[in-house]
Design a protein around this ligand. Structure first.
Ligand SMILES: [Fe+2]
Ligand SMILES: [Fe+2]
Length: 442
């Protein structure tokens, strides 16, 4: 009897051990399965386990410029499932003891184009330290993305930025082939400007996904400062609408009247104040009949407010009117409606540089003051083309043009180098050949 009792006791012990081992095994497998994403932080400081993001959880991740990049950064992305309570975790990379901080999402926006709905998440990181590198990752509940990096701006000028003209394309590989080598050659660029007509058709969700995906490594690392172009207002049947996709995809610095949110804005980087205009008065006249006068009032107030040493204007449509070289209808050179309206104001407020786009050609005009070539007045640069939509031999040379890209024109990008006493703008072909350079000093 005693023997049989001992036998049962041993059997129970063995069974219990087996059950515990099985439990440990199942738990281990589960843990491995769940932790298929990040088990380490970007710095490899601690080991954690989270469920990894799927592709549908986050795509089109982008950094977007804020009014003051020394202390803040906007992080945006899209998800297919309706995921609420998104957040971004972040910490300084150089601080071994830095605790991970969490910022909840600021906007959870649902947007539908071409019958496809995505959820657009916006998190604004605030109270960052100037001139500091951070790592950040996206999260929902117990799920986390991989780690990415960002750099805040230094207080004063000592930085590079990339400038990309119209990237609208039939095949966005061309956009990638201009932008990514430009970034590889300038990995120290702190942000990039995209001059409008980012996509050929602003309602076409596929084109937006292509636009973001093609430059994914860059736009998840440095912020974009976008400019609205006329193609952002086009519908699938080539009519016009409020540029909904653009306005939902970029949450831009506040300051413009609420009705014009994300259409025009300004931001500072180093000692430069950048003003980004919406030149789509013609396309948007039925939706915003007072766009010009409201924007002018905002522009004047914004110019009077800034204390920055430099002022740079970014606008999609160009200030000059070109004569046609190959079109049958003759047209004389002169100034565009946008030029006639804004150039006297640029003179009045001592704007240093005006960058434009829309004509898909690179032209450096030097300084223009009171509609004439001058020693003073802003430096005007028409920034070129960075996609596959080209207008070979369409425009005559304008008498204000100083330098033109080699003809027939291919693609180009520009690099801005901002230092204490100068802003230098260099124009490059995609292979890295420099074709022009212009600078302003003071
Ligand atoms: Fe364009
Ligand atoms: Fe355009």
């Amino acid at each position: 009897m005693k023997q049989s009792k001992n036998f049962y006791k041993s059997l129970m012990t063995v069974l219990l051990a087996l059950a515990l081992s099985l439990l440990a095994l199942v738990f281990g497998v589960l843990l491995l399965g769940c932790g298929n994403g990040e088990t380490k932080t970007g710095s490899g400081k601690t080991t954690e386990s989270f469920t990894a993001f799927t592709k549908a959880d986050a795509f089109n991740l982008r950094q977007v410029i804020t009014a003051d990049s020394t202390v803040s950064r906007t992080i945006m992305w899209q998800s297919e499932p309706e995921t609420k309570d998104a957040f971004v975790e972040y910490r300084a990379t150089k601080d071994e003891n830095a605790a991970i901080q969490t910022q909840k999402e600021h906007i959870n926006d649902k947007f539908t184009d071409n019958g496809k709905t995505t959820y657009v998440h916006t998190v604004i990181l605030k109270n960052l330290k100037p001139g500091t590198e951070y790592e950040y990752r996206l999260g929902y509940g117990n799920r986390r993305s991989q780690w990415y990096r960002l750099n805040t701006a230094q207080v004063h000028n000592n930085y590079k930025a990339l400038i990309f003209p119209d990237s609208q394309s039939a095949k966005y590989k061309v956009w990638e082939d201009v932008a990514m080598p430009a970034w590889q050659r300038n990995r120290d660029a702190r942000f990039f400007i995209t001059m409008g007509d980012l996509v050929d058709n602003g309602e076409h969700a596929y084109q937006w996904n292509e636009w973001f995906t093609r430059v994914g490594p860059m736009i998840s690392r440095i912020p974009a400062a976008p400019v609205l172009g006329n193609h952002e207002t086009y519908t699938m049947d080539w009519k016009v609408r409020v540029p909904q996709a653009y306005l939902h995809y970029f949450q831009l610095p506040e300051g413009a009247p609420e009705a014009y949110k994300n259409q025009f804005y300004s931001f500072d980087y180093g000692d430069v104040h950048y003003v980004v205009l919406n030149t789509q008065m013609r396309e948007m006249k039925d939706f915003y009949p007072n766009l010009l006068q409201d924007q002018l009032a905002w522009f004047k107030a914004d110019m009077e407010k800034t204390k920055k040493k430099w002022k740079v204007v970014l606008m999609h449509k160009d200030v000059l009117q070109y004569g046609f070289l190959t079109r049958k209808t003759p047209r004389e050179e002169g100034f565009s409606e946008e030029g006639k309206t804004f150039m006297p104001l640029f003179d009045k407020y001592n704007v240093d540089v005006v960058l434009t786009a829309h004509l898909h050609t690179y032209r450096n005009r030097g300084h223009v003051y009171d509609f004439k070539r001058g020693m003073k007045g802003p430096l005007y640069i028409l920034t070129g083309v960075a996609g596959d939509v080209r207008y070979p031999n369409l425009w005559k040379r304008h008498s204000l043009d100083v330098a033109i890209a080699p003809q027939p024109e291919t693609n180009n990008y520009m690099v801005l180098e901002a230092s204490a006493d100068r802003l230098r703008f260099s124009c490059y072909l995609p292979d890295g050949t420099r074709i022009d350079e212009a600078e302003v000093k003071k």
